[in-house]
Design a protein around this ligand. Structure first.
Ligand SMILES: [Ca+2]
Ligand SMILES: [Ca+2]
Ligand SMILES: [Ca+2]
Ligand SMILES: [Ca+2]
Length: 238
């Protein structure tokens, strides 16, 4: 979910078969297909999309998709980055080909250089594969990190600052019998926000979330006053 046409109304992007499709919202909960991308044509039965990312810091929402195979019948995973034009369409900017079943990924600034990076987890080879972004929607391979041996495949990957030192860390997990794996970022520590923001004086407010170094993390989110949880309001009635 993100605002793909910059009208301050939340829109959605969904993956379907071999496509990722943007549906813009008219504010009454009616969605119209306005754009999309073709995922690479190969045998796949698994897709995932990340939105609310701005890969090139132009204030227009972008997306990153992953297409893989959950059964192990195909060992290639395709990651596609696509830039939004702020009018409801997206255009591919880069395609990354990963060997192995990559069923999950994060989009975050791993190295704190203000450019969003992509980290993919591979299910069977149990690796974190990191590609560094360059602020234009293209990505360069950086490194592969071995998560060690374990029983069963790794499916889950999520980011968060686990040791509260200002840089992003990762949490991985998988099928039964696996341990939860915590990957602590060894890069230099970053800035830490002293406290969380709470909206108290309005029915709701539109927000642009920016990290201390100026990178737009997410744009045009709608917050509900006094809430300590996220909420989606597709028909903008509060
Ligand atoms: Ca919108
Ligand atoms: Ca953008
Ligand atoms: Ca980065
Ligand atoms: Ca950290």
């Amino acid at each position: 979910m993100a605002d793909f046409n910059n009208d301050y109304i939340d829109d959605i992007v969904v993956t379907r078969n071999d496509s990722a499709v943007v549906y813009t919202n008219n504010g009454s909960g009616v969605f119209t297909r306005t754009g999309g991308i073709q995922l690479r044509p190969f045998v796949t039965d698994f897709t995932r999309v990340r939105s609310s990312v701005d890969l090139n810091q132009d204030g227009k929402a972008d997306i990153v998709t992953i297409a893989g195979n959950s059964t192990g019948a195909n060992d290639t995973t395709i990651v596609t980055a696509a830039l939004g034009n702020g009018l409801g369409t997206v255009t591919p900017s880069d395609t990354i080909r990963i060997t192995g079943r990559g069923l999950n990924f994060t989009v975050s600034d791993i190295d704190l250089d203000n450019d969003l990076d992509i980290t993919i987890i591979t299910a069977d080879t149990r690796d974190l594969v990191i590609y560094r972004g360059d602020n234009t929607g293209t990505f360069t391979f950086e490194t592969t990190i071995d998560l060690g041996t374990g029983s069963g495949a790794l499916y889950g990957l999520s980011g968060g600052d686990l040791d509260r030192n200002g840089n992003i860390d990762l949490v991985a997990g998988g099928t039964g019998g696996n341990s939860i794996i915590l990957a602590i970022n060894q890069a230099a520590a970053g800035a830490i926000l002293p406290e969380e923001m709470v909206v108290t004086a309005f029915d709701n407010a539109f927000l642009s979330i920016v990290d201390p170094n100026g990178l737009i993390v997410s744009d045009n989110l709608q917050s509900i006053a006094g809430s300590d949880y996220g909420r989606v309001d597709f028909n903008v009635n509060g």
